[in-house]
Ligand binder design. Sequence first.
Ligand code: 13P
Length: 251
Amino acid sequence: MRQQIVAGNWKMNNTLSEGSALVSSILEKITHPKGLVVIAPPLTNLLSVGVQLNGHEGFHLAAQNCHHETRGAYTGEVSASMIAEAGATFVILGHSERRQYFHETSEMLAAKVNQAISHSLRPVFCCGEPLEIREADKHALYVETQLREGLFHLDEASFRKVVIAYEPIWAIGTGRTASSGQAQEMHKTIRNLIADQYGAAVAEDTTILYGGSCNAQNAAELFGQPDVDGGLIGGASLKADDFATIVNSLS
Ligand code: 13P
């Protein structure tokens, strides 16, 4: 059965005290989520948010990244095992901001995916095209390449742990969300690629989230599309009311 998920990616926002207040407010407003709710705070908040979420059914903790090696002399980095032991069950990988600002390559991402899986973390693997690729009508091929290079080396059992997030870069933080038709079209394309690679049953079970200016106003329409199984939320995950509305928009 395909899981419905709303994940809040806080990015580099919220100190310990700010994060704690936000989670308290979220937990007050969302008591019985229809799907899984995943919170991805900055690393400094990972342990404390995990403690707050403890015992709240349906709530999970995620990191926003992990390193592609197991351990070693990588100053400033954090490994998958550290994240897992801190209480995370998901890790966001391949976010466009990491690809763009931190030069993460597909090769590194494939290694990060392996690290995550081998430490029982479920990767939330991000893909999505920049504006010029969309305008050249090459977005389907662009995303296909990202999936082939970053994910499709996995065997079926490992792939079944993966959540995919389609986040067109032109929609991230811009207020210019993809239309529900554009989202559905790409989600269907992604599901077809998974079916070709792993078979129809795996494709049917894979959760594919939409991300990019998803908010309290447009979430219900986006989530109402047959191949959109929830969202990866940036800005709107920082406001408890908006985030609760988005979670309640799961169909
Ligand atoms: P916004 O919701 O702020 O557009 O960010 C989306 C995103 O990048 C989530 O990972």
